[in-house]
Design a protein around this ligand. Structure first.
Ligand code: COA
Length: 416
């Protein structure tokens, strides 16, 4: 089967997580992704948080599958020459260096466009061009703070809180992938490449869209009825942290199940969807609540929503999180167990769907990773191991027309 992105050559000048997540996705779908790395060291994540001495860290292997690795010192004239050749023969260049690094290397957008007017140049930065913080280097948590996620996550009596989900890094990479694919389609029509830029702040904010909704509602009416602060607590003039409250029109909360005293994840998320009130009452054995005016409507329930959650917790006390969900699913109640990484790693459904995959690796043996979360009817993305540092240097240079002697000479000056 030919893969949709086969024939698209991507220079992967990315490191850490945001950029690599983007190019990994494109590699799964068939693009020829050549990761350009500094000779000797490579992407910093090869060494970060190693669990096996002398083998690439999981941080690297889980973000760089299906790629080739070319070592190239792009600050040396010999290295620049190779890069220029590669640029002339590639469709996309993706980078997420600190602000100005590519320009300092001599590869500004203007220069890249001159070398290959059809090339798409895609960048991740912490802040967008022209933003008053556009000179800042940014990592995940910095972006979560700058993009509105931290101020709205956590409990009202605690500090701003970071999410474990990579809202700043991988999320930005996914935005960039959409931008690249759009620019490739655009190029089919115009024949021209273009610059695609995504900032981590913007990508986080895009996922915090409903919090900007809430800011405007708060300014208009002075309260937010779906937040735990309503109606007994106080609101200021900014969106508060809402703990585990549901973000939409249906209240929800994380509720204790059997064993919570010793198992920190013996919980389910329970949602009280308006039209599911009757099944909820039936599931809980509280049929008298169905028509009770104090419980009948969402508005009537809200002032004592925590008392309702407490009643549900009493019902959950003798049920594990899995037993509870098995009962509640029969009543069509939106809920799920709080799953640990261990449970997810061993989940047979996730293994069967290719969302959790085991990948053989030359040095590590095999490792688990998250495969494509996007499923197609005509494409089954296969995850192959991340490359060793410089594993494909010779192959890529030969494809650019370099002879064995040329490659030896480049090695002598430590350009590759
Ligand atoms: N050969 C020679 N030099 C190379 C090279 C190569 N193959 N690859 C990179 N370099 C150089 C760059 O030219 C740059 O040098 P310079 O600063 O002298 O111009 C340097 O290596 C890389 O710098 P930088 O990207 O700033 O690395 P850093 O470790 O100081 O900062 C980040 C890391 C992630 C904070 C920064 O890259 C950044 O803010 N990126 C944009 C936002 C982002 O993607 N952050 C999330 C990462 S998950």
């Amino acid at each position: 089967m030919t893969k949709p992105l086969e024939g698209i050559r991507i220079i992967d000048f990315t490191h850490v997580q945001a950029g690599p997540a983007c190019t990994q996705l494109l590699a799964w779908f068939g693009a020829d992704v050549i990761k350009v790395e500094r000779p000797g060291s490579g992407d910093v994540t090869r060494n970060q948080l190693r669990d096996i001495p002398d083998a690439d860290a999981l941080y690297f292997t889980m973000l760089n599958s299906n790629k080739k690795s070319l070592t190239l010192d792009t600050k040396k004239p010999e290295g620049k020459e190779v890069l220029e050749k590669l640029i002339r023969e590639s469709d996309v260049l993706v980078e997420n260096f600190g602000p100005g690094a590519l320009d300092r290397m001599g590869f500004s957008w203007e220069r890249l466009n001159e070398l290959n007017p059809k090339m798409i140049v895609a960048s991740v930065k912490g802040f967008s061009d022209g933003h008053h913080y556009d000179d800042l280097k940014v990592y995940e948590n910095v972006a979560q703070c700058a993009g509105g996620a931290a101020s709205t996550t956590g409990f009202w009596d605690g500090p701003p809180t970071i999410s474990a989900a990579a809202l700043g890094d991988s999320n930005t990479g996914m935005h960039l992938a959409i931008g690249i694919l759009t620019a490739l389609l655009g190029r089919d029509k115009t024949g021209k490449g273009q610059k695609v830029a995504v900032s981590m702040q913007d990508s986080v904010l895009n996922l915090c869209r409903v919090k900007l909704r809430d800011q405007q509602r708060l300014e208009r009416v002075g309260y937010l009825e779906e937040y735990p602060q309503y109606p007994h607590g106080e609101f200021s003039d900014v969106v508060p942290r809402g703990g585990n409250a549901g973000g939409g029109g249906q209240p929800g909360w994380v509720l204790k199940c059997k064993g919570w005293e010793s198992d920190p994840n013996a919980y389910i998320y329970f949602t009280i969807q308006g039209h599911a009130w009757e099944p909820i009452c039936k599931a809980l054995g509280k049929p008298e609540w169905i028509d009770d005016p104090a419980y009948k409507t969402a508005e009537a329930r809200q002032p004592h929503i925590f008392e309702i959650f407490k009643t549900i917790e009493d019902w959950l006390a003798d049920k594990t999180k899995f037993e509870a969900v098995d009962i509640l699913r029969k009543f069509d109640i939106p809920c799920a167990p709080v799953l640990t990484m261990k449970e997810l790693a061993n989940d047979p459904s996730l293994r069967a769907s290719g969302t959790i995959v085991e990948v053989p690796h030359k040095k590590r043996g095999s490792y688990l990773t998250v495969g494509s979360p996007i499923k197609f009817s005509d494409l089954k993305p296969e995850v192959t191991a991340s490359p060793l540092l410089g594993e494909h240097t010779e192959e890529v240079l030969a494809s650019l027309g370099y002879s064995k002697q040329d490659i030896f000479n480049l090695r002598e000056v430590k350009a590759v």
